[in-house]
Ligand binder design. Structure first.
Ligand code: UT7
Length: 369
């Protein structure tokens, strides 16, 4: 049988940090509120573009698999913050990687985007369209954030993660064992950036309507149900019990969502990977960054049984069970390096603060028209 297995992994974490203490200086919030309500301590702010981070994480994943960019025949880039809508961020990333033999496209399923992409790429490998696919999640979310709106500004961050998927022929199932993805109809406006696409190309001046708006508690409630229910279904389809799972890698949006969903699944917290304190919610990038760090920290052993689950704007959801292979160390180490810069996280959001602090910005200052 033909399967798709992960042979390389990588991440690109922008160097500039925006801490909870920094946020305390620009809005009515506190480290105590953010830490206890979300689990977040700090997040990263990128100076470079989404495709730059995608290429860096992708390059590390390719090296970890002992391959070259020319070996890659497919790039699937999960992002809801592409450098440009036309062409895709995947096109820019392909050039920056020098992946001259690859087809490339973006998938926008927001925070579920990486799992959507993993499922699509796996099936393209199984179907024979691809042999070697780079699946990336990369986001520059701070550009969507109104740093005068404390209900959203504390949550999001920038970064990228990637995996290399390769075709293998063997009898024993490996890679994705079971998976599902979905979208709840009629929930578009629960989490959105109203003028972030073509509808924003109006004759009017740019307005604060480009910022993320969210019904936080409604999203929270649905997120717990979506993550727990979809994980239960993929576990049942794989024929796995909760006790069989070696590690769950959930989307990192709020530690309370992760705790509630994994408690319902009956998973011990030692079996759940959480790194939200360092990066906040990086949307499509959370799961590949977390997977890479789980490997770096020795939390994944040969033959491990993994579960992934995510939810996000749409509202989308996705979940999968994943059978890991034998190798848990990179074949080649590629050191990710960002262009050197002296700018801090707070420096990089000054223009945003000035824009949303102006009296003539339409709306209520909280991103609402
Ligand atoms: O990947 C998908 C992305 N989105 C999500 O996953 C978000 C899901 N939702 C959440 O994570 C949570 O709903 C939030 C973290 C956004 C909010 O937590 P919450 O426990 O649902 O708080 P809340 O919205 O019910 O607000 C409670 C209070 C309010 O004050 P009052 O009305 O009780 O006086 C808010 O104004 O907390 C206030 N508040 C804040 N206080 C200090 C809201 N944001 C802040 C803040 N700092 N940053």
């Amino acid at each position: 049988m033909r399967y798709a297995t992960i042979t390389g992994w990588g991440k690109a974490i922008p160097p500039a940090i925006l801490s909870n203490a920094d946020l305390e200086t620009i809005m009515d919030t506190s480290d105590e509120w953010i830490s206890t309500r979300t689990g977040i301590k700090e997040r990263r702010i990128a100076e470079v573009e989404t495709s730059d981070m995608a290429a860096l994480a992708g390059r590390q994943a390719i090296a970890a698999a002992g391959k070259t960019p020319e070996d890659v025949d497919l790039i699937v880039l999960a992002t809801c913050s592409p450098d440009t809508l036309l062409p895709s961020a995947a096109a820019w990333a392909q050039t920056k990687l020098g992946a001259t033999n690859a087809a490339a496209f973006d998938i926008n399923a927001a925070c579920s985007g990486f799992l959507y992409s993993l499922i699509v790429a796996t099936n393209m490998i199984k179907g024979g369209t691809s042999k070697c696919a780079l699946v990336i999640g990369s986001e520059k979310l701070h550009k969507y954030v109104n740093f005068r709106d404390r209900t959203t500004a504390v949550l999001f961050g920038d970064g990228a993660g990637a995996v290399l998927l390769e075709a293998v022929e063997q009898d024993e199932p490996i890679g994705l064992i079971s998976s599902e993805m979905g979208l709840e109809v009629g929930t578009e406006e629960l989490l959105w950036a109203p003028q972030s696409g073509i509808s924003g190309y109006t004759d009017e001046p740019v307005t604060s309507n480009r910022a993320i708006q969210m019904g936080g508690s409604e999203v929270f409630r649905r997120a717990v149900t979506m993550m727990a229910d979809s994980s239960e279904r993929v576990l049942a389809e794989a024929g796995w019990e909760a006790g069989d799972v070696d590690l769950m890698i959930p989307h990192q949006a709020n530690v309370r969502i992760i705790d509630a969903a994994t408690r319902r699944l009956g998973l011990d917290e030692s079996k759940v990977f959480v790194n939200i304190a360092s990066y906040g919610n990086t949307s499509g990038a959370t799961i590949p960054i977390a997977l890479t760090e789980a490997l770096e920290e020795g939390r994944i052993q040969p033959g491990a049984k993994l579960v992934f689950a995510a939810f996000g704007a749409g509202l989308t959801w996705a979940a999968a069970t994943f059978q890991w292979g034998d190798r848990i160390t990179p074949i080649e180490d590629y050191q990710v390096e960002f262009p050197s810069s002296d700018l801090s996280g707070i420096d990089l959001i000054q223009a945003n603060l000035e824009y949303f602090g102006r009296n003539d910005v339409p709306g209520d200052g909280a991103g609402n028209p």
